[in-house]
Write a protein that binds this ligand. Structure first.
Ligand SMILES: C[S@@+](CC[C@H](N)C(=O)[O-])C[C@H]1O[C@@H](n2cnc3c(N)ncnc32)[C@H](O)[C@@H]1O
Length: 396
């Protein structure tokens, strides 16, 4: 049987996409006359997917060598469709409970020196717990910015998109390696001790202001090499792949966290997609569960409608709705089992005055990838920060 494949553009396109399949198909004797095309198909340059794979492998190998020359990963090899569906069943690993989580592999500089100390999952214990979480960390700009500002606090980014997570992981490895190299160079040229992670120190409290003085501008993804020692050497940041809408309480115990960041969340504009938003009555209850009283939840968005949505779900009386609208909304939420009146009792908005001196606000407004995009496009940025109030007195 001969396959009469006309060599028109669509097929050429197909062969470009899968040149191996093309080779297999065209190898039939009946297609001898197409040998010249076969040779052409075989000599195609590697397609985009192959190039990405090759780049990533080379990057991983370079990082493992911990050479001073290693470069920041290039974002274009890690791009992925903008919105992941949080309701689909991604293949995700998650711990049975926070006590089963392997944090030791994320924060090797903070592992407890006593090898016999293991958690319920059989993993080495750390000298401190993760305290700060960046939900939907994207390409990791916030993590890179926060790391030197909170050098003694363990910070984790959580991201659902696999390629994006691979990029952040690579970025952190490079930051650690470069910073270690800078530390070595500095120690050999000066006698003054450079800052290093201090695992044994007490963790920063949720309410104490972060040390603003120790806030060097973090190296951006595009910048090349770290040349001076960085407080903490990026040993205090890591990232993992998960769907926070489903698994947040699997990672963190009650009142474990001091800060949660939600920066430029996917807006899910259409009303029927609002259920995919990362702020909702059910999720806000989970945030209140993992955040300790006094802890802060930071939000920033460039979408005014989403900002209003956030205010509506955290504040008892929203400034954007009149009483009648609020009553109508409450009745509809009640009907749909979406009522958040109880949850709102656990939050209060932090005043702009108080936020003025908080370096975290500057970092989330200027150093995340999305914030930079918004700045370039001269868009607006809406910030709202909420404090987790003390638990109410439960009726006896
Ligand atoms: C618009 S991006 C913002 C990224 C980053 N925060 C920034 O400001 O540059 C939103 C990110 O949240 C991630 N995301 C969305 N839903 C998520 C979920 N349920 N769990 C974890 N990550 C999620 C997306 O994959 C995306 O990377």
């Amino acid at each position: 049987m001969s396959l009469a494949l006309p060599l028109r553009r669509p097929h050429v396109f197909f062969f470009r996409k899968a040149n191996l399949a093309a080779v297999a198909l065209l190898s039939r004797p009946a297609l001898d006359s197409r040998k010249s095309f076969l040779v052409y198909a075989m000599t195609f340059p590697p397609n985009k997917r192959q190039r990405r794979e090759e780049y990533r492998q080379a990057q991983t190998q370079a990082t493992q060598k911990e050479s001073a020359e290693i470069q920041m990963p290039k974002k274009r090899f890690y791009r992925q469709r903008a919105h992941a569906n949080p309701f689909s069943d991604h293949k995700l690993d998650y711990p049975l409970s926070p006590a089963h989580m392997d944090w030791a592999s994320h924060f090797p500089a903070f592992v407890d020196p006593d090898e016999n100390k293991k958690n319920e999952g059989g993993f080495r214990q750390r000298v401190k717990d993760v305290e700060v979480v960046d939900i939907g960390c994207g390409f990791g700009g916030l993590l890179a910015g926060l790391a030197p500002v909170l050098p003694d606090t363990l910070i984790v980014g959580m991201e659902i998109r696999i390629s994006v997570l691979e990029y952040v992981t690579g970025r952190i490895q490079v930051l650690r390696a470069q910073s270690e190299q800078a530390q070595k160079t500095s120690s050999s040229t000066t006698s003054s001790p450079a800052p290093a992670p201090a695992p044994a120190q007490a963790s920063s409290s949720a309410t104490s202001p972060p040390p603003a003085a120790a806030a060097p501008q973090s190296p951006s993804a595009s910048s090349t090499t770290i040349t001076a020692p960085v407080p903490g050497g990026y040993q205090n940041v890591s990232a993992l792949r998960t769907n926070t809408m489903k698994f947040l309480p699997n990672f963190f115990a009650r009142e474990q966290l001091s800060k949660i960041f939600i920066c430029f969340p996917d807006p899910h504009f259409k009303a029927r997609k609002h259920k995919a938003r990362i702020v909702s009555p059910a999720l806000n209850a989970e945030y209140a569960y993992v955040l300790r009283p006094g802890g802060l939840l930071y939000t920033i968005t460039d979408v005014e409608d989403y900002h209003n949505w956030i205010l509506k779900h955290f504040e008892k009386s929203s400034p954007v709705e009149d009483a009648a609208a609020a009553e109508k909304q409450e009745a509809s939420d009640e009907r749909e089992g979406n009522s958040d009146t109880g949850v709102k009792e656990l939050w209060e908005r932090v005043s702009d005055e108080e936020l003025k001196d908080d370096p975290c606000v500057r970092i989330m407004s200027e150093e995340t990838e999305e914030s930079k995009k918004v700045t370039r496009n001269k868009g607006n940025k809406y910030v709202a920060v909420f404090r987790r109030k003390a638990n109410p007195q439960w009726p006896a």
